[in-house]
Design a protein around this ligand. Structure first.
Ligand code: G3I
Length: 370
């Protein structure tokens, strides 16, 4: 069922800023971004599409979708050899009805691994390679008509610790995961090569978090990601792009310069840049009024997204649209402790556009004039 346009706009909440600060453009961020040559979209959770408000927001604001969980191993291959394409197909059909594109997330990750997979990987390299190849043999051809861009490997680089990111055991620069233990550091190369062998037309992306901030930990993470990308490019591994998750944290300082320098290095390797999971975790202590909170979020978003657009990024996705539906409002590890929810997405809990929406719109427009 295709939602009629007037319902899409109406049910997505009146295009008025939270706090009633005057009427806003009727068209959504995705349409406005496209006018500037930018693909804007959002992660979508198929479980929520039965909610007409949620569906209308996704239809109104996004021109590009990414599955929040439906493209991961735990959803696609919950048991060895048993593939479940239903949830992902729901998103394919929604995107098709609304003229939206869909990107894939993610072909190889250390989370959302079904129990059987970890057991198989522990049986050694030959079994691990066979299991990975069988997954790609099933998934890539099946989704080829709908998904032209995949996060092939997600979060392979270890964090250097510190208060802003989980400390992760490392083997060299890489996170100690079942994939690394089974196949060695070359598992990243293998995943990209197997994907390219199966479809020469896909854009193949390496996706990572924690590279945006102005801290020693983010700087070290940037160094590690660059070392990995340089090694892949020098080995002629078919990686096309870096996905920057951009789960921003207001407790972490930001300066455009180190982030821009990193992005320039990535571009110099011939790689495209995407912002793939944008949202903002507010500081532990927030200002008492919503306007001040929203202004801090909007300023950070404009600074980070503006920097990426200046260096050639042309794809920006948020990890959800409304604060109410965000993982930041549900996941214990990141939820607020003061009884409020993070205001880190373009729409508030009632679906009204916030200053973050305008900040994105301004960043897109500035790029268009650039
Ligand atoms: O409801 C589904 C069920 O029908 C399905 O069979 C099952 C398959 O695993 O998933 C079920 O629900 C949960 C799903 O979220 C939908 O709410 C899963 O149990 C749960 O693990 C999943 O969590 C997601 C998490 O990644 C792990 O996949 C979060 O929604 C999602 O926001 C989070 O997103 C990650 C990115 O992929 C990578 N970057 C960090 C980001 C935040 O952690």
């Amino acid at each position: 069922m295709t939602l009629p346009r007037r319902a899409v706009l109406a049910a997505a909440g009146s295009p008025v800023l939270a706090g009633g600060a005057g009427a806003q453009p009727a068209e959504g961020l995705g349409a406005r971004a496209r006018a500037q040559g930018i693909a804007f979209g959002t992660a979508v959770d198929g479980n929520r599409l039965a909610d007409p408000r949620y569906a209308a927001q996704v239809a109104a604001e996004a021109r590009l979708l990414v599955p929040e969980w439906e493209g991961k191993w735990s959803a696609l291959q919950p048991a060895e050899g048993r593939f479940e394409f239903g949830p992902l197909t729901t998103l394919v059909e929604f995107a098709s009805r609304h003229g939206q594109a869909l990107r894939g997330h993610t072909l190889l990750w250390h989370r959302a691994m079904p129990d059987w997979l970890a057991a198989r990987l522990a049986e050694g390299a030959d079994r691990a390679r066979a299991v990975l190849a069988a997954h790609l043999d099933a998934v890539l051809p099946r989704m080829a008509g709908a998904i032209r861009d995949w996060d092939v490997v997600n979060e392979a680089v270890a964090n250097a610790g510190g208060p802003f990111t989980e400390n992760t055991p490392a083997i060299g620069d890489l996170r100690d995961t079942p994939w690394l233990r089974a196949l060695g550091p070359g598992y990243v190369d293998l995943a990209f090569r197997l994907a390219r062998e199966r479809d020469r037309t896909l854009r193949l992306t390496y996706n990572e978090y924690g590279v945006e901030g102005d801290t020693p930990f983010a700087e070290e993470k940037r160094r590690r990601v660059l070392r990995l990308l340089r090694r892949l490019v020098e080995a002629r591994v078919p990686v096309d792009a870096l996905g920057i998750q951009a789960h921003l944290m207001l407790d972490e300082p930001f300066r455009p310069e180190p982030f821009a320098a990193f992005l320039q290095e990535v571009r110099s390797l011939g790689l495209a840049i995407l912002i793939t999971e944008l949202d903002v975790r507010e500081a532990a202590v927030v200002p008492p009024d919503l306007a001040a909170r929203d202004a801090l979020v909007a300023a950070r978003v404009q600074a980070v997204v503006g920097t990426a657009l200046e260096v050639g990024c042309r794809t920006v996705l948020t990890w959800g649209l409304s604060d109410r539906d965000s993982w930041l409002a549900q996941e214990p590890a990141v939820m607020r402790r003061d009884g409020t929810i993070h205001r880190g997405l373009p729409l508030d809990a009632e679906g009204r556009r916030k200053p973050m929406w305008q900040a994105l719109d301004r960043a897109f427009a500035a790029r268009g004039r650039g």
